[in-house]
Write a protein that binds this ligand. Sequence first.
Ligand SMILES: [Zn+2]
Length: 360
Amino acid sequence: MTVVRMMLTYKYRVKDATAGKHLDRHARACNYVWNYCCQIQRQAERRWKWGGNARWPSAFDLIKLCTGSAAELGLHSDTVQTICRQFATSRTAHKRCPRFRASGGPKRALGWIPFISRALKINGAHVTYLKRKFHFWKSRDLGGEFKAGCFAQDARGRWYVTFRCEVVDALPSGNGEIGIDLGLKTLATCSDGTTVPVLRHYRRYQAVLAVAQRARNKRRIVAIHAKIANARRHHLHEQSTRITRENALIVVGNVNAAKLAKTRMAKSVLDAGWSTFRNQLRYKASRHGARYVEADERLTSQTCSDCGAVSGPKGIAGLGVRHWDCSDCGASHDRDVNAARNILGVGLERQAPAVEIPSL
Ligand SMILES: [Zn+2]
């Protein structure tokens, strides 16, 4: 067992039937602060354009400019400061002025009200923010002290409250070792022969979606898409939890762009599935004190995992081959399971530190 510290985000649905209107009001005020930061930034850029020596306003500058505005806007001063900091971070990361956040109309920004721990109190299943109670569905306990968080809205207009907690963990881990080959037909094939299927919920919902689209029922369409996304996320969580619980070493193949190029599948969708799955494996492995390794997967589908000869199907023609026999030792292989075994082999060879803590 290993003790690990890491930041985790917990998200709860707010009972927003009546509280929603207060959150909406706060969100508008937050947008106001954000847009003010945008204006300051654009002024600085304009000055620079005309030859002036204008440096970009830092988070500190913005906070100073916003001093005293919190009370007038009906916000907590920590919230205003957090927005300024977030603005500066986002601008520096993208090297350009972030977009305005519209409070209404078709391009409305989804509500967002950040806070830090001293601005808000958690009491059982409600939080007190600006002297008002916001109840939420407490689906699980927080794993530690929360440092910061936000109220956030989804595309359906529902409100959630999220907390970033520092979690100290010593979760039990299994002692297995597993190699994972990420694929197209199945999301992942493991070296022990188990697979993680790609959920094609879209097909199941297609008929319902078509009805909603013909009826131009926007709310319904958004709801169905949210349902699909939820189901997909739940599925990945279930699988990654199982894998990290049972194993002490988890080796995953790195992305193979060549595999993607050969298909007409929506690259981005698939890509997102892979990276979500890998991220979940990485942080859950760290919570369970397991080792997570990413291994180079070149040649892993062509090498025999029994004798090491490169005797498997090669090239584009070989991509369709699901089963093959090794010409050297005669072992019969399922292509993906064999690849997963080789990936595990690569991971076992590599010497890595006992615990890899993801940088957050
Ligand atoms: Zn062989």
